[in-house]
Design a protein around this ligand. Structure first.
Ligand SMILES: Cc1cc2nc3c(=O)[nH]c(=O)nc-3n(C[C@H](O)[C@H](O)[C@H](O)COP(=O)(O)O)c2cc1C
Length: 205
């Protein structure tokens, strides 16, 4: 087995280190966050840190990199209070990945990729058309992570759109059925297959 202690990790070449550390937490969710500026400029960007915070109230969080450079997604969320989360799948992961390019705020990633925006339910932020799962989010609160100046952005689900037959009778969403992607590291995309659902576990006697 390969082994790295903290000192060795700290001394690794930059790209090697970010590939290594971005891979070692396991597969990550693959989402596009859609926002709009107060001036009406659309923005969409890929995020691999969207995660479940709690079900009641229904909260999701994501981590925003340090705001030492302008972060359009973060600025738009703070200025408007709304955003969308759209699952990436087999059909759009290459376009989705390109949204990580550092475009000027005046340029919409929707214009530079095959991704299309769509609007529904009076939500001011754009959804990604065709995304199998689309969530309308309202900004709730944020936490500065002092250790590295990233920001945990927490939002409440205001609306949840689920395509076709993904939704099962008990509320489980079968992500595999829509070929929804997961991210390995910083640039690896995979399409996970559901193996099996297991029963609620109780202590063995
Ligand atoms: C696979 C992948 C995952 C990413 N995940 C995040 C993330 O979780 N948080 C973040 O701040 N940036 C993340 N990024 C970087 C943003 O996509 C990138 O900074 C983008 O330009 C942000 O756009 P914005 O300035 O329009 O918000 C990720 C990039 C890639 C390629």
């Amino acid at each position: 087995m390969a082994y790295f202690n903290l000192k060795q990790i700290q001394e690794l070449e930059h790209l090697y280190k970010i590939n290594l550390i971005n891979s070692c937490s396991g597969f990550k969710s693959a989402n596009l966050i859609g926002t709009k500026s107060t001036k009406g400029q659309e923005n969409v960007a890929v995020f691999s840190s969207v995660t479940h915070i709690g079900s009641n109230p229904p909260l999701l969080g994501f981590f925003c990199r340090p705001t030492t450079v302008t972060r359009h997604t973060y600025d738009n969320i703070k200025n408007t209070g709304v955003y969308t989360i759209n699952h990436i799948n087999l059909d759009n992961f290459e376009d989705a990945h390109h949204t990580s390019a550092k475009y000027d705020q005046s340029i919409s990633e929707f214009d530079m990729t095959g991704l299309e925006s769509e609007y529904k339910d009076n939500c001011k932020a754009p959804f990604v058309k065709g995304a199998p799962i689309q969530l309308e989010m309202k900004f709730v609160e944020e936490y500065l992570i002092k250790a590295n100046n990233t920001i945990l952005v927490i939002g409440e689900i205001q609306g949840l759109h689920i395509n076709g037959d993904l939704l099962q009778d008990d509320g489980f969403i079968n992500l595999s059925k829509a070929n929804i992607a997961a991210i390995n590291g910083l640039d690896g995309y995979t399409i996970p297959r559901l193996e099996k659902r297991l029963e609620y576990q109780r202590p063995r006697k």
